[in-house]
Write a protein that binds this ligand. Structure first.
Ligand code: PHE
Ligand code: FE
Length: 297
């Protein structure tokens, strides 16, 4: 689930339980998940028994297509941990995965019906609980699905939660999100999520590699982000990222590159309140723009 960035909209239709469905963007599509089963914090049961053989088979095909491309494109930390998801033959059971994560980094995964509101999302992250969408895409969405599904959420996000430094970053991000909500600065923080957690690249001795979940779970963007000559790749710069808009419906034109997860954690540790004020006073940047101060890879 998430995309805090994607501007989820509370949809007033079908509000029968405590929580309202959330849809992606301002479109007309109805929400896909069953929000009536969700608790007040938006978590629900995974209902593993409800997946069909075709669902498991689709997960396996998605998994194997991505796994085949990881070498040379995904960062080592991701490759080392992806096996923790267990056999690709079946959609993982969240409780079994949570046991492993608990032991590794004190994180767990929790099921949610789909996209959830920003505050609920931040709150779960701040408790080291990563919300994972229960449903899987339809076979005709094999190449592209608009909203995050169980494959994106698990395959894209969960392996790096086994990395202690990245795991701490995600918790700090959640706590920072609760604060950004109070300061009405979620838009800026959402851009940070987008350009790191979803579409981040990392510079390694072997070359640039992907660590962002949106890239790692994408059939085409993984190679594009690391090897194509089209997009620009710029050094991580917190304020620059907070000023930069992004695209939700095509490959990114700009990727930001970190040197290490420690750099990411340290650069985001300072109090963001004065940074938000500063960013609010400066113009937004389009995704294509290049500044003289950019460090270009
Ligand atoms: N340091 C940020 C703040 O004061 C919190 C944060 C940490 C946000 C890590 C994002 C990532 O708001
Ligand atoms: Fe995501």
């Amino acid at each position: 689930m998430i995309d805090t960035a994607a501007d989820p909209v509370i949809d007033p239709r079908g509000v029968n339980s405590g929580v309202a469905p959330v849809t992606y963007g301002h479109g007309e599509r109805p929400p896909r998940g069953d929000y009536e089963q969700a608790r007040a914090d938006y978590t629900c049961e995974q209902d593993w028994g409800a997946y069909s053989a075709a669902d498991h088979e689709l997960y396996r095909r998605l998994y194997e297509r991505q796994a085949a491309q990881l070498s040379g494109l995904a960062c080592e930390e991701f490759i080392d941990a992806v096996g923790q998801l267990g056999s690709p033959a079946q959609i993982p059971r969240f409780d079994a995965l949570s046991e492993k994560l608990q032991r590794a980094t004190r994180w767990e995964v929790v099921a949610v019906p789909g996209l959830i509101p920003e505050e609920a999302f931040f709150s779960l992250l701040s408790q080291r609980r990563f919300p994972v969408t229960g449903w899987i895409r339809k076979p005709e969405e094999f190449d592209y699905v608009v909203e995050p599904d169980v494959f994106h959420d698990l395959f894209g996000h969960v392996p790096l939660l086994f990395n202690p430094m990245f795991a701490d970053y995600m918790q700090a991000y959640g706590a920072g999100g609760l604060k950004a909500s109070r300061l009405e600065s979620c838009e800026y923080l959402a851009r940070l999520y987008w350009y790191t957690v979803e579409f981040g690249l990392i510079d390694t001795p072997a070359g640039l590699r992907a660590y962002g979940a949106g890239i790692l779970s994408s059939a085409g963007e993984l190679r594009h982000s690391v090897t194509s000559r089209e997009p620009q790749r710029l050094g991580f710069d917190l304020e620059r990222i907070m000023r930069t808009r992004y695209k939700i419906d095509s490959y990114q034109s700009t990727y930001f590159v970190i040197d290490s997860f420690k750099q990411l954690f340290d650069a985001t540790a300072p109090d963001f309140e004065p940074i938000y004020e500063d960013v609010a006073g400066r113009p937004e940047l389009t995704t294509e723009v290049r500044l003289p101060s950019d460090r270009v890879f």
